[in-house]
Design a protein around this ligand. Structure first.
Ligand code: NBP
Length: 477
């Protein structure tokens, strides 16, 4: 017998993905650097489908039908290169290597180029949904050649999550690193979503005066409306959880220092390179980083400022409604920024990415899955060349309706000394885009003054310089 697909790297993600393929009727060759993992997988889950356990790379490759489809699920970075170097010499033109790890898209572009010279398709693939998703249906973001997708697509569609309308949460995102790029921005948006939810929680706690259990109920209510999403749902679960050891709300016994693995940071680093303002995602990454500076926070405790005084019960309910508006409006802005980054990369790397299709495959399986994504897809379906999500009539109207409350919430937070970097950055982005004139004109004047960097005029074409140190006359540059 030969296997239709092989998975090498059988830690939690690889094992679950292999089982997902097997449960969907495919024969799966399985391999791991340390063979004990391979045997453990077949022993524990062999009954779920057809597995071929391979101890060596040679056995593994020999077990695969041609053209071979080989999934790598190892630790991203050097291990991925090590595995490619081990397997590439054993493969033939037309074979496919699918890297399902969280690779940096620039690495994926390099690997794709190197393997293309040997006729091997390298398919960098973003996979979201954690271990549960890998087993029961993740959101899958494959890059690589169209040709490889013809062969892989049907299998990936089978194992992927399905959106509420039954559509598989997978599409050919674009060439070479496009899949890993889109997965990276997915994670950046996830950071922003989590930060905004965190700010909403803090406001409900400190300004409205609600308990974690009461806030969990508020999130449960929000989850039945336009904020319906996996992250809002699990937020309610986490907030209502009580610590068994102390009887306190779980959220009060966890150290308030957020960690990160790096995909959010990459999203911001690359946005800086592409010149795309992703202020909401950046604030989310910085907020995690700030939280981790324990000594700095300790040293700053005594700094002057107001502390929050909770509202009366009557006022608290109305305030919670305002926070919902602020959260929703800020969420629209973070997705606007994330999709702008994808659109900019599409331009830069000449990727054929369909933004509507990207939002559609995030509707199921992944961490940011949400009813909201249907709306984004509708916006791009109505107009594929939408300059920004904020230009969509529906989103623009919703923000218009939300903005009084959004501003009020930020005012209250500012007055009471509750930090809302996400809400505030989102509103500043919105107001900057709306502005008739920005102080960038003054910036250009300053740059021309100290560095003769020149400026353009509103009334004439060309570049100009003012002789600041001389008679201040203007010359054409
Ligand atoms: P890990 O990221 O912990 O990687 C462990 C696997 O890598 C093991 O199979 C290990 O083999 C193998 N490996 C290493 Br480490 N170095 C190797 C080398 N030089 N040669 C061959 N194999 C090597 O596993 P994971 O958490 O299952 O994640 C796998 C990938 O999926 C990662 O890229 C991760 O970023 C990505 N991802 C994870 C999640 C998640 O929720 N965990 C979600 C989405 C994507 P060994 O058994 O011999 O040590």
């Amino acid at each position: 017998t030969t296997a239709q697909i092989g998975v090498t790297g059988l830690a939690v993600m690889g094992s679950n993905l292999a089982r997902n393929f097997a449960r969907n009727g495919y024969t799966v060759a399985v391999h791991n650097r340390t063979a004990s993992r391979t045997h453990a997988l077949v022993e524990e889950h062999g009954s779920e489908g057809d597995f071929i356990a391979a101890e060596t790379a040679k056995e593994f490759v020999a077990a695969l039908e041609r053209p071979r489809r080989l999934v790598i699920m190892v630790k991203a970075g050097d291990p991925t290169d090590a595995v490619i170097q081990e397997f590439a010499p054993l493969l033939e033109p037309g074979d496919m290597i699918i890297d399902g790890g969280n690779a940096h898209f620039a690495d994926t572009r390099r690997r794709e180029r190197e393997l293309r010279e040997k006729g091997i398709h390298f398919v960098g693939t973003g996979i979201s949904g954690g271990e549960e998703g890998a087993l029961n249906g993740p959101s899958i973001m494959p890059g690589g050649s169209k040709e490889s997708y013809d062969s892989l697509g049907p299998m990936l569609e089978k194992i992927s999550a399905k959106a509420k309308d039954g559509a598989p949460c997978v599409t050919h995102v674009g060439a070479d690193g496009a899949g890993h790029f889109v997965k990276m921005v997915h994670n950046g948006i996830e950071y922003a979503d989590m930060q905004l939810i965190g700010e909403a929680y803090q406001l409900l706690r400190d300004v409205a005066g609600y308990s974690p259990a009461q806030i969990a109920e508020i999130f449960r209510t929000w989850n039945t409306g336009r904020l319906d999403s996996y992250l809002i749902e699990i937020t309610a679960e986490v907030l209502s959880h009580v610590d068994a050891a102390t009887g306190k709300p779980f959220v009060d016994v966890v150290v308030d220092q957020a960690e990160q693995k790096g995909t959010g940071r990459w999203t911001v680093q690359i946005a800086l390179d592409l010149g795309v303002p992703v202020s909401g995602i950046a604030e989310a990454v910085f907020a995690r980083s700030l939280s981790g500076h324990a000594a700095l926070r300790e040293a700053s405790r005594g700094l002057a400022g107001p502390s929050a005084t909770p509202l009366s019960e009557a006022e608290a309910g109305a305030f919670a409604d305002r926070v919902e508006q602020a959260l929703y409006a800020s969420k629209i802005v973070s997705y606007t920024q994330g999709f702008h980054e994808i659109a900019a990369a599409r331009e830069e790397y000449d990727w054929d990415i369909d933004l509507g299709a990207v939002s559609a495959i995030w509707r199921g399986g992944c961490i940011i899955r949400a009813a909201f994504l249907d709306r984004i897809r509708a916006a791009y379906d109505a107009r594929a060349d939408l300059p920004s999500l904020l230009s969509d009539e529906t989103f623009a109207r919703e923000i218009a309706d939300a903005q009084d409350d959004w501003r009020e919430v930020i005012v209250a937070a500012t007055r009471q000394g509750v930090p809302t970097p996400g809400f505030s950055a989102a509103l500043a982005y919105y107001d900057a885009l709306r502005a008739e004139r920005l102080p960038a004109a003054l910036t250009q004047g300053q740059r021309d003054f100290f560095g003769a960097h020149t400026y353009r005029r509103t009334d004439r074409d060309g570049s100009f310089h003012t002789l600041w140190g001389g008679d201040r006359s203007e010359v054409s540059a």
